[in-house]
Design a protein around this ligand. Structure first.
Ligand SMILES: Cc1cc2nc3c(=O)[nH]c(=O)nc-3n(C[C@H](O)[C@H](O)[C@H](O)COP(=O)(O)OP(=O)(O)OC[C@H]3O[C@@H](n4cnc5c(N)ncnc54)[C@H](O)[C@@H]3O)c2cc1C
Length: 382
């Protein structure tokens, strides 16, 4: 890995630490999946905090390691090889933290990022029953009443919310304001009026908790405003762009886990008197998987590098996310073809991989939304 142009010795060291953690998480991944056990994922997040992996990209004065985004994605890639539910929760923790890092004032960054690097959980919410891909359809309102904001609404499909100490959310503050009518808020979980709803039962990534929550006359002060009043949408989209590369990176980790499982199985499984790996058809499946892994790695770390340089990366992040997640599904499906019957049973993790991969195509913006971003960037040039 050290020879890859985007990686330094520091990144190699992070990879080693994350690889060790991933090996630990791998041991409970099947149990966590089977029992939809988000307590295991919470424990894993605490372990990542102990290993100083949560705050890799957070400046040291706010409790982090002060390294680059590439470092975060290196850790995430490894974690996704061990347990996708943990990786998904890890990346979403970083999404909430990134919103605070990008939009927070000095006091907010100290108050929330230092504990978050140490394992205090931060959720991030734009999504609502009527606002999925179309975030401008957000119905949650925040209305000024004296020196307080009164927030009312419902957020759903929110990762980690069930065990979060802090929620970053976007609410409508000016119904006539168009794109400038939204503001981001930091709402502490013990604020009266914050109520958790159901935890969704999902097809894959079953142990990362996905929750609905309600805000009923939650009263918060101006110190809960994240960034500027009216600046919620660009702030959320900037944080989401970083998380998007992270979702692709989970695909990179997961596709490698699937490929490794396919190779190991094909070496052992004997049919027609020889291991199935001796057949060129199977070798070509492996070649096709490997090609996708390498292309994905280049796309993702190029996008990450652009972000680290402070260069525009909207198109590159969208391409990397689109390719990584759709091709991860392709690779997991191909791994299933190699294992065939046993792959379809819970004796092997490939059926879990195939269920887990699907959420990556949705979270952080769907494949259709990625194509819209890419095409908008291309068409805008002419
Ligand atoms: C496990 C999980 C965890 C999640 N975690 C979070 C979280 O932590 N925080 C958060 O805020 N959200 C979260 N989400 C929500 C996620 O971001 C949304 O599911 C996603 O943005 C899509 O919204 P939707 O599901 O309502 O689909 P919709 O927006 O209703 O889309 C349905 C279909 O229509 C397509 N579509 C929509 N508009 C267009 C268009 N203009 N052109 C072409 N096609 C279009 C979509 O691509 C999709 O195929 C999570 C979702 C899941 C499943």
């Amino acid at each position: 890995m050290g020879k890859f142009p985007y990686f330094t010795e520091e990144h190699d060291a992070i990879r080693e630490i994350a690889r060790g953690a991933a090996e630990e998480f791998k041991k409970t991944a099947e149990e966590a999946d089977r029992n939809h056990d988000y307590k295991i994922i919470y424990k894993n997040l605490q372990r990542l905090a102990e290993l100083n992996l949560i705050g890799i990209h957070v400046p040291t004065e706010y409790g982090g390691e002060g390294l680059d985004l590439v470092g975060h994605y290196v850790a995430l890639e490894e974690i996704a090889k061990g347990c996708l539910s943990t990786a998904f929760s890890f990346n979403t923790q970083r999404l909430g933290m990134d919103a605070i890092r990008l939009g927070g004032n000095e006091e907010q960054k100290k108050k929330y990022l230092i504990p978050a690097c140490g394992g205090s959980i931060v959720s991030f919410a734009t999504t609502e029953p009527e606002a999925g891909s179309d975030v401008s359809a957000i119905k949650t309102t925040a209305v000024k009443d004296g020196d307080k904001w009164v927030i009312n609404g419902t957020k759903h499909y929110i990762t980690n919310a069930i065990f979060a100490d802090t929620h970053v959310l976007v609410a409508k503050t000016d119904p006539e304001g168009g794109a400038k009518g939204f503001t981001a808020f930091i709402v502490e979980n013990d604020t009266p009026g914050v109520k958790m709803g159901k935890v969704e039962v999902k097809m894959g990534a079953t142990a990362t908790p996905t929750t609905e929550y309600f805000l009923e006359n939650c009263r918060v002060g101006d110190d809960a405003v994240l960034g500027t009043v009216g600046g919620g949408m660009p702030l959320a989209l900037s944080a989401l762009e970083i998380a998007r590369i992270g979702i692709g990176t989970q695909g990179l980790g997961l596709m490698q886990a699937a490929m490794e499982q396919a190779i190991a199985y094909a070496k052992e499984r004997v049919q027609f008197g020889r291991p199935i790996l001796k057949n060129q058809a199977i070798q070509f499946h492996i070649a096709n998987m490997s090609s996708r892994v390498e292309i994905t790695r280049n796309l993702l770390f190029h996008a990450a590098w652009l972000k680290d340089q402070g260069l525009p990366a909207a198109k590159e992040a969208a391409i990397a996310k689109l390719f990584a997640t759709e091709e991860c599904t392709w690779v997991c499906n191909m791994a299933m073809n190699v294992l065939c019957g046993p792959g379809y049973t819970t004796d092997y993790p490939v059926e879990r991989f195939l269920r887990d991969t699907k959420v990556l195509e949705m979270g952080g913006g769907t494949s259709e939304i990625m194509r819209m971003i890419i095409s908008r960037e291309e068409v805008g040039k002419f």
